[in-house]
Design a binder for this molecule. Structure first.
Ligand code: ATP
Length: 591
């Protein structure tokens, strides 16, 4: 990204040229027909002012000539009528053709970004910079679709200015050069405007993101309802108002600076054009030439003014467009591997993880091992280090010491696609995808050719099959009331998430509180099912409920990032220690 302080005039020109080239390249490939039409129309539009000079001179020459040639007179008149009459229409049609190019580019850019985001490894998505870049790239799409039109405008203006210079130069070189120079104040001003915007926009964008996030909490059904029930929505609304006000003040400063530079550019352009007109007047070139050149200069003026905006927009778009390019390039080429590969043994050896800026390790010298067919549990209070251990196993977090192996093969973050395919992960913040039931469960596997029977088996194992059978459209039922679909309870959503893991059928299952929202009866059934078919896989469960731990082959008790006890449920229960302290209340006989 170009640092605003470094953005000299030549750098700004370079940035605008690079952004224009990229925009033209994409437009020629993805919206080729409409872009070609836009280019031809823009060229015609750009040639109108020089053509006016030429045609007007011929017309006035014919009018003032003692021996008029009616054919020449008529031709000049017709040419001028066409040029002036169609000028606006050609400009409008060029704009519309550019918009139609932009539509195609918008489709292309968004689809490309969606696939790039889908190809990101979990570890990269855990990096806040990556999610910010994704949002910036998404926001960049709208201005990027307008970039080819702006690039054409820029090229068109250069052609207009050069054409005017050529048309006028022959009878007044000074006037011709001054007409060309009239472009300069705009370019210089826009360079400074681009610098102001490059400096001013990042804080505005940050404030707008915070404001949009707060607004989203008010608009989303779950958080909006909670805030309405709490009667505290106005606090979030105040936050929106505060952020928005700050954004307004920051943006206002940017626009004020823009206005100052715009005014300076207008004065500079006017002075240079006045000088060009004066040069015409003092040149003994005759009234016809002077009148023609004056008309041409006046009609070229508007094109020059608009170009300033196009130039400024292209420069200020550059950092966002670069973020888009980087995001889609970095994330590509991810191989899709079908899950299902079995794993014999998973081993964590002396793992230590420290988050950046943290005073101590979140996980300290942790070792554990689990064989195929075993089901183990990680327990401990909030913040004890269970999720960090899991995130290290799946390569979302990297440790500062220790190793993790699957079947003696060391695995490292970020995981390669083959290793990732070995895991089936149900996290606490599982997704509530409001698609059809078939599609929601199908998200569990990258395979496309699973059968309805396999989905039903997964749904039944997750104890949600009965509810889906009751729905009129079965697997085709649309979920989510906002789409006119069926609403589900929190526990039912969690069961669907578990059904995804069943369909995935990976070699290593990691279930982080898989039944936290599920009632006790269904929870018992789900754990019974997990025990029943655990033999073909490795299962690691995080649970806070004592009785779900009874059937575990081993329980690892975490405390302050360390494993302080290991054993089966009955072993741990019968010895004093952290486990007994943690679960004493849950296990004490109820009065
Ligand atoms: N991304 C992070 N950056 C910095 N510190 C973190 C991060 N994630 C977790 N921590 C800290 O690491 C420690 C262990 O957290 P972890 O999420 O592993 O605990 P946990 O046992 O899974 O807790 P819970 O039962 O609440 O899920 C905590 O002190 C937590 O504040």
């Amino acid at each position: 990204m170009a640092k605003s302080e470094d953005l000299s005039a030549s750098h700004a020109l370079l940035v605008a040229a690079r952004t224009s080239w990229r925009a033209i390249h994409d437009a020629a490939r993805e919206g080729s027909r409409w872009f070609a039409i836009a280019a031809v129309l823009s060229l015609c539009h750009a040639l109108v002012p020089p053509a006016e000079v030429w045609l007007l001179k011929r017309l006035i020459d014919q009018i003032s000539a003692p021996d008029r040639d009616p054919r020449q007179l008529l031709l000049a008149l017709a040419g001028l009528t066409v040029a002036v009459g169609l000028n606006f229409s050609i400009g409008y049609l060029a704009l519309t053709a550019s918009q139609r190019t932009g539509l195609r580019l918008g489709w292309y850019y968004r689809a490309k970004l969606a696939h790039a985001a889908a190809a990101l490894e979990p570890r990269r998505l855990a990096d806040p910079q990556v999610t910010t870049d994704l949002q910036v790239a998404d926001i960049a799409i709208a201005p990027m679709t307008r970039a080819p039109g702006m690039a054409l405008q820029l090229i068109g203006t250069a052609i207009t200015a050069a054409g005017l210079c050529v048309a006028i130069f022959s009878f007044s070189p000074a006037a011709g050069l001054l007409a060309l120079a009239a472009l300069l104040p705009t370019v210089v001003a826009m360079t400074f405007i681009a610098r102001v915007e490059a400096r001013g926009w990042p804080p505005v964008a940050a404030v707008q993101r915070r404001s949009a996030y707060a607004m989203e909490q008010l608009l989303q059904q779950r958080s909006g309802t909670e805030l309405a029930l709490l009667g505290t929505g106005h606090k979030v609304a105040d936050r929106v108002s505060r952020e928005q006000r700050q954004g307004m003040i920051l943006l206002d400063k940017v626009l004020a600076a823009d206005m100052r530079w715009e005014t300076a550019a207008s004065v500079g352009t006017a002075v240079l054009l006045a000088a060009a007109l004066w040069a015409l007047v003092v040149t003994d070139a005759g009234a016809a030439l002077a009148a023609a050149a004056i008309a041409g200069i006046l009609s070229g003026l508007s094109a020059i003014r608009f170009t300033g905006h196009a130039f400024g927009n292209l420069v200020s778009l550059a950092p966002q467009a670069e973020t888009y390019e980087r995001t889609v390039t970095d994330a590509s080429h991810q191989a899709r591997v079908r899950p299902g590969a079995r794993a014999g043994r998973l081993e964590v050896d002396r793992l230590t993880v420290r988050y950046p800026g943290a005073s101590g390790p979140a996980v300290d010298d942790v070792s554990l091992a689990v064989e195929r067919g075993e089901m183990i549990a990680l327990v401990g209070v909030n913040g004890a280090g269970k999720t960090t251990t899991i995130n290290s196993i799946i390569g979302v977090v990297s440790g500062e010491a220790g190793t993790i192996r699957i079947d003696a093969q060391q695995i490292q973050a970020p995981l390669d696609p083959e290793t990732s395919a070995k895991f089936g992960l149900l996290i606490q913040e599982f997704g509530r995808y409001e698609f059809t039931v078939r599609d929601v469960v199908g998200l569990g596997t990258s395979a496309e050719n699973y059968s309805d029977d396999q989905i039903w088996v997964a749904l039944d194992k997750a104890r949600i099959g009965g509810r889906i059978r009751d729905l009129p459209d079965g697997l085709d039922t649309q979920l989510g009331q906002q789409w006119g679909g069926v609403g589900l309870s929190g526990g039912q959503w969690q069961r669907l998430a578990l059904a995804r893991i069943y369909l995935r059928d990976a070699g290593v299952w990691i279930l982080d509180e898989p039944t936290s929202a599920i009632d006790a009866e269904a929870e018992a059934e789900i754990f019974a099912a997990l025990q029943q078919d655990k033999h073909d896989r490795i299962t690691i469960v995080v649970s806070h409920r004592a009785w779900t731990l009874r059937g575990m082959d081993r329980i690892y008790v975490f405390d302050h990032g360390r494993i302080v006890q290991v054993g089966t449920f009955s072993e741990l229960l019968n010895q004093p220690g952290r486990f007994a302290e943690l679960f004493a209340e849950q296990l004490s006989p109820q009065p």
